[in-house]
Write a protein that binds this ligand. Sequence first.
Ligand SMILES: Cc1cc2nc3c(=O)[nH]c(=O)nc-3n(C[C@H](O)[C@H](O)[C@H](O)COP(=O)(O)OP(=O)(O)OC[C@H]3O[C@@H](n4cnc5c(N)ncnc54)[C@H](O)[C@@H]3O)c2cc1C
Length: 487
Amino acid sequence: MKETRTRIAARTGAQYLEGLRARKRELWLNGELVTDPVDHPLLAPAARSIARVYDLQHEHPDLFLAPSPDDGALVNITHLIPRSREDLERRRRAFEIVAAATVGMMGRTPDYLNVTFACFAGRADVWARRGNERGAENLVRYQRYLRDNDLCLTHALINPQVDRSKPEAEQGGGEVSLHKVGETADAIIVRGARMLATLAPYADELAIYPGSDLRPGDTKYALSFAIPMDTPGLRFICRDSFTKLRPHFDYPLSSRFDEMDAIVIFDDVAVPKDRVFLDGDTIGYSEVITDTGWRAHIMHQAFTRAYVKLSFAFGLGHLLAQTTGVVRFDHIQEKLGELWTMVELTRSAILAAEAGATLDEGGVLCPDQRPFVALRATLPKWMARANELLQLIGGGGFMLTPSHADFHGPRARDIAKYLQAANADAEQRVRLFRLAWDYLGSDLGGRSELYERFYLSDPWRMTVLAYQLADKSWPSEVVRRVLEWED
Ligand SMILES: Cc1cc2nc3c(=O)[nH]c(=O)nc-3n(C[C@H](O)[C@H](O)[C@H](O)COP(=O)(O)OP(=O)(O)OC[C@H]3O[C@@H](n4cnc5c(N)ncnc54)[C@H](O)[C@@H]3O)c2cc1C
């Protein structure tokens, strides 16, 4: 009998890199036009790291791969719309393995936008409001395309900083923020810019969806669409590369995980109409963020990554303290306890969000957003505090860090003798301290701290949102009851 094989839609790392090479984007790095990041010395290391993430799904097929609801082909679980608790838990385990591969230093691994589009497609009814049925159909079709081709996306939600005290339409005379300037039979024409597109060198396509509210009249700014990275007129200007072309020993993270950030410029880009999800609906521009459950879904991914990253920070702290013997001091243990508390509260919030998940109107199982909103306000402070705690534990040891070349140079014997530690030889000690420094103090470490503050928009506004979303009825009732106590 002829054996029928299930098609595997999930890509391997090699297939991902091949796809990246095929899309000749316009990407500028330090004055140089780079069309192929895979072969660029500063960009290639992170391309390989993302390829590694693609390979993971083939190394753990039982966890990562599941049949597509359309044709049964095996797709990555993070593309699927969660319908049950089991779906959510399985998805979280996949996030965790992906995050562990980069110790949480890459925030925008493909699962981030897979989850976003899965939850958007699960609530196509929200996108279809006010006569946008065609946009909603485009979005559902696009999500299937993304899933079935296992693409890697970048996204840019925020218009550039010109004058934050003014609305989008008044930034640089209305010309800077991304906006629509025209239309043909088949396409809309867009102009302007957006910040930031992390992963720009490594993505197959760029997704634009809302990241702020708009005034009712500012319809030309109310846009959502997705286009390939090699679309004519699409241009990316990168910040400095933080990749270190040094042995992994010297910069174990910077030599692998600089996911890069870029400003995106749209020089009269034609966006095919079948790739437009929203065009001109300023109310929809807010609702597709508030009413699709996006916040809860994206924080499910983002905070699982944060949990892995904080676990890594706690592990670093523990090993640093063991290495130089300072672990015996009470106040160092208190600092380690503080680090662990962050890990545990993050883990607990994820489980609480899953436990409180409810089926929404689209039949999507949406995590309870309350623990996540609370955590969103807190995590940026914790990430910065974790770095501070690690500094306080490691002290000047972060500067006692000769390089790989020194270890193999004329002073190797001095290094072996004078850099020994209570619980490690010189090489083990320096390897560990260099890793910790790359986590918290290198260019990449500094970028990572900034990322944690702003990647999900401004934490200040998120804390305000925490108050606005909070259920005030029970706390108010508790106070009211006390006020009613007899004098
Ligand atoms: C490393 C990094 C990577 C990122 N990657 C992406 C990505 O891939 N895709 C994406 O879409 N986004 C990404 N972001 C997020 C995004 O680009 C913005 O950084 C984020 O939305 C915050 O906006 P902003 O940086 O312009 O800060 P601003 O909004 O300019 O805020 C700067 C300061 O001004 C204050 N402020 C601003 N406006 C007001 C106001 N109206 N009232 C009171 N205070 C105000 C803020 O509280 C803050 O303290 C990334 C951010 C970083 C740092």
